[in-house]
Design a protein around this ligand. Structure first.
Ligand code: SF4
Length: 79
């Protein structure tokens, strides 16, 4: 059995290589050759608090937790 059904994701288009995520959680995040962050999408359960700290610290809000697409509902906007 796996621990969490959610995954960690870095939006490469939003990332500006500030590397705060790497400083906070080097076991999860790393900068690639293009200096854009990548991450372990399924870090161990014990590492999730650090992942959440990195999410809060990212100045570009490029890191997110994504759920499996099974129950995703379309967003509705009011006009
Ligand atoms: S802190 Fe955010 S912007 Fe900076 S490297 Fe990490 S994901 Fe990219």
């Amino acid at each position: 059995m796996t621990g969490s059904p959610t995954r960690l994701h870095v939006d490469r288009a939003a990332c500006e290589a500030h590397a705060l995520c790497v400083e906070i959680a080097p076991e999860i995040f790393r900068l690639g050759d293009d200096e854009i962050a990548t991450c372990d999408e399924n870090p161990p359960a014990a590492s999730w608090p650090l992942a959440e700290s990195a999410i809060g610290a990212c100045p570009r809000q490029a890191i997110s937790i994504v759920d499996p697409p099974a129950t995703s509902a379309p967003s509705s906007e009011r006009q």
